[in-house]
Design a protein around this ligand. Sequence first.
Ligand SMILES: [Zn+2]
Length: 351
Amino acid sequence: MPEYKKIPILESARRCGLVLNQRTLRRSEIEASCPFCGDHGAGKYHLFLNTSTDQYHCILCNASGNSVTLYAKVKGLTNREAFLELDGDGSIYPMPRQPSSPYTEPQPRELAERDRVYSDMLSLLTLSERHREDLLRRGLSEERIERNRYRSMPETENGRRLLAGLLMGCGHDLHGIPGFRTRYNSWTLAGANGFLIPVRTKDGLIQGLKIRLDVENGGKYRWLSSRNMPNGTRSYSWVHVTGNTASKRAFITEGPLKGDIASFLDNDALFVCIGGVGSLHGLKETILDLGVTEVVEAMDMDQYTNPQARKAVLAMRRELNSIPDLKVSKYVWDPAYKGVDDFYQARAAAV
Ligand SMILES: [Zn+2]
């Protein structure tokens, strides 16, 4: 093994023709466009050049190494050839060139495979007492909470790595499964803490998972996704089906948990839950697939007063009206209750 003379990482980057972020040139860590992943789009700088260790690391694709291996990889040389060129006289500094991004965003794997991984994942997780109490407060029963398989996100990085490791031990490949990503070359789970809500097809297969974030993380709903992370995968706004799928009438609401609760409180009424009032993708297919003859809008009451949301509701209605022979109506309840689930819960409490 020859003893390599130290080659500054910036020298190597310049000789590779990397595009450098001019504003970072005086820093100990200089940013550059990544020649390996193209930063998933032009004009970004995900490659970090550490001028004290002379190492590089892309925070997007995880490519890493030293000044010699950088040059070797970019130029297609062996490390020895790279060293000899870098160490030789007559340095050539090519014009920096924006890396072309050969990148197309990784897509989630097919439904059956996502369902297999997510089902096993839920089997390995538990629901914390705090989250169980939250779900009980929303009107669900212990039995329904069990059946719907809500689970708490593993709260520590160790727990998340362990989960990923166990899933791989079961023979699962985590590429293409939204939520999973690598960090320093080992698989882990992305996403803030909260509880997971399985989003299912009419046949009960898990499309994806939504996280109800803990209050300290904002208390909102987010898809479990690892978009733009190393080896990560985006999620889509999948439609959730809950309740009696033999029913000829479906209620439409926004958000899978709202639908689960309303269906439970209304004798397993069939609910079709869209991911957001503006995300209609998959709605028409789901309605057709269910073979219902009637749909009833049960959107939150504020959707009818907020002009932005109202526009989205009208777009949804047009989509529904384009389905032949489908009766579309609007569910009206006491506007004192914001959502259909709140209304049902109050009604159940009053009995
Ligand atoms: Zn990269």
